[in-house]
Design a protein around this ligand. Structure first.
Ligand SMILES: *Cc1c(COP(=O)(O)O)cnc(C)c1O
Length: 426
C-alpha cells in the first residue's frame, strides 16, 4: 500500500499540531511509520487519502458500533443542524435521550450529559468526593479514565503506550489522593482500604478493562468490589465509557449483574459526536448543582447535534435486540479464526475477549492485569500491525488497546481479516 498523501499531510500537520495529532494514540509512535489520514468512511470500511480501503477495527475507538456514517444517525444530525447548533438553553431532546438512557441502564435514576468520557469520569469522582465527604480514590493500574489529573497515575491506553504513566504537570498533592490497585486482585484492594480506613471516597474501575488490551474481570471480582464498597461506605464507580451500550444495553452492570453507584459513559452514547455522561440514583445525582453543592457545568453540554446523534444511536440499539447477539457471534468467529491461524503457525499468543471487545497478546501468559498485559512481545505486535495494514486491515497502533467490532462487519470481512493474519505470519 502507498501512503504518499497521508505522509505529506502528516508532515504539514506536524508543523502546527503537536506530534501532528489531536490525541496521542493516533500517532504511530509505538509501531513506527506515519499515521494514515482518513478521507471518509462507510459501514465497516475506512477510505484513506491515498485511495486505500481498510477494514476498520478501531471504529473511532468504540462509538461506531453500527458502522461508519450510519444513516439514522447522520440524518438526525443533518436535520438538527438546520435548526441551530447550540443555544445554551434547555431543549426537549436532552430529556428524550436521558429518558431512554435511564430506561436502558440498570440502577440509574438521573443522568447528566457532558462532552467527553474524560469529563464524565472527572465529574463522577468529584461527585463521589462531595457525596461521601472523603478525598482518596482507588484506581487500577492499566485502567484509563480520561486525562484529568487524578487519573494519570499508571493509566492505560496512550499513557502507557508512550511510557509516561505519571505525567509531568500532575501535582504531588493530586497524586497522593489516588491509590493504585492491581486489577483482578481483591486482596490488594482490601489492603489499600485497610491502610486508608475511612478516607476513601470511591473505587473507579473499567468493569471490563479495555485500555491495556481487553482484560476481563475474574470470577466474582466485581461482586467482591461491590461488597467491599458496601462494607466501607465507599462508592463504586463503573467507568463504562467503553463498555456502556456495547457489552449489552445496560453495559457491564447488566452483563455481570453487579450494581455500580455511579456509571460513566462516552463513546457509543454519542453516536460519534463528542458526548460523555454520568449517572446514578436520585440521592447521589441530587448532590449536583443546581440542586446540590457539587459544581459541574458545560457551555456545550447537551448540545443538540450531539444529543441527536446519541438519541438516534441509542434508539437503534434499543429497538433491535439482536444487535448484541450478532456482535457476540461475529467477535467469537473472529476470535476462533485468529486463534486457529496463530496456533497453526506457532505464534505464541493469548486472545482475550468479552462480547465485542477483543485483543491479541503476543505472550503465552494469561493476561489478567497491567503487568501481564505489559509482558506481550512488542516487536511481534509491530510486525502484526504493519502486516495487517498492508493487507487492508486497520487495528489500533498499540498493543494496549482493544479492537472494537461493529455490526457493519460481514463474515466475508472477518474471513479477510483472518486470512490477513495468516499472510502476516506465514
Ligand atoms: C475513552 C475512555 C475514556 C475517555 O473518554 P474521552 O472521550 O476520550 O475523554 C475514559 N474511560 C474509558 C474506559 C475510556 O475507554
Amino acid at each position: 500500500m502507498i501512503y504518499k498523501r497521508s505522509s505529506a499531510l502528516f508532515a504539514k500537520a506536524e508543523q502546527v499540531i503537536p506530534g501532528g495529532v489531536n490525541s496521542p494514540v493516533r500517532a504511530f509512535k509505538a509501531v513506527g511509520g506515519t499515521p494514515i489520514f482518513v478521507k471518509e468512511a462507510k459501514g465497516a470500511y475506512l477510505y484513506d487519502e491515498d485511495g486505500n480501503t481498510l477494514i476498520d477495527y478501531i471504529n473511532s475507538w468504540g462509538p461506531m458500533i453500527l458502522g461508519h456514517a450510519y444513516e439514522p444517525v447522520v440524518n438526525a444530525v443533518i436535520d438538527k443542524a438546520k435548526k441551530g447548533t447550540s443555544f445554551g438553553m434547555p431543549t426537549e431532546i436532552e430529556t428524550q435521550i436521558a429518558e431512554l438512557a435511564v430506561s436502558m441502564v440498570p440502577n440509574i435514576d438521573k443522568i447528566r450529559f457532558v462532552n467527553s468520557g474524560t469529563e464524565a469520569c472527572m465529574s463522577a469522582v468529584r461527585l463521589a468526593r462531595g457525596y461521601t465527604g472523603k478525598d482518596k480514590i482507588i484506581k487500577f493500574a492499566g485502567c484509563y479514565h480520561g486525562h484529568s489529573d487524578s487519573f494519570l497515575i499508571q493509566a492505560g491506553s496512550g499513557a502507557v503506550t508512550f511510557g509516561s504513566p505519571n505525567s509531568p504537570g500532575v501535582t504531588e498533592g493530586t497524586a497522593k489522593d489516588t491509590l493504585l490497585a492491581k486489577y483482578n486482585d481483591i486482596n490488594n484492594v482490601e489492603a489499600l482500604i485497610e491502610a486508608n480506613k475511612g478516607e476513601i471516597a470511591c473505587i473507579i474501575i473499567e468493569p471490563v478493562a479495555g485500555n491495556m488490551g481487553c482484560v476481563p474481570p475474574k470470577n466474582n471480582f466485581l461482586q467482591q468490589l461491590r461488597s467491599l464498597c458496601d462494607a466501607h461506605n465507599i462508592l463504586l464507580i463503573f467507568d463504562e465509557v467503553m463498555t456502556g451500550f456495547r457489552l449489552a444495553q445496560g453495559g457491564a452492570q447488566e452483563l455481570f449483574n453487579v450494581k455500580a453507584d455511579i456509571v460513566c459513559f462516552g463513546k457509543v452514547i454519542g453516536g460519534g459526536l463528542p458526548v460523555g455522561a454520568f449517572a446514578a440514583n436520585n440521592a447521589i445525582m441530587n448532590h449536583l448543582a443546581p440542586l446540590g453543592p457539587v459544581y459541574q457545568a458545560g457551555t456545550l453540554s447537551g448540545n443538540p447535534l450531539a444529543m441527536a446523534a446519541g438519541l438516534a444511536m441509542l434508539t437503534e440499539l434499543n429497538n433491535d435486540k439482536e444487535i448484541y447477539t450478532r456482535l457476540e457471534e461475529k467477535t467469537a468467529y473472529l476470535h476462533k479464526g485468529l486463534a486457529d491461524v496463530l496456533t497453526q503457525l506457532n505464534v505464541t499468543h493469548t486472545i482475550n475477549r468479552v462480547g465485542s471487545m477483543i485483543s491479541v497478546h503476543f505472550d503465552e501468559t494469561e493476561v489478567v492485569d497491567f503487568d501481564t498485559a505489559a509482558k506481550g512481545n512488542n516487536e511481534t505486535f509491530k510486525t502484526f500491525f504493519h502486516g495487517m495494514l498492508n493487507n487492508g486491515v486497520y487495528i489500533a497502533p498499540s498493543a494496549f488497546e482493544t479492537w472494537f467490532i461493529t455490526d457493519a462487519l460481514t463474515y466475508e470481512d472477518l474471513d479477510k481479516t483472518i486470512a490477513a493474519c495468516h499472510a502476516v505470519f506465514s
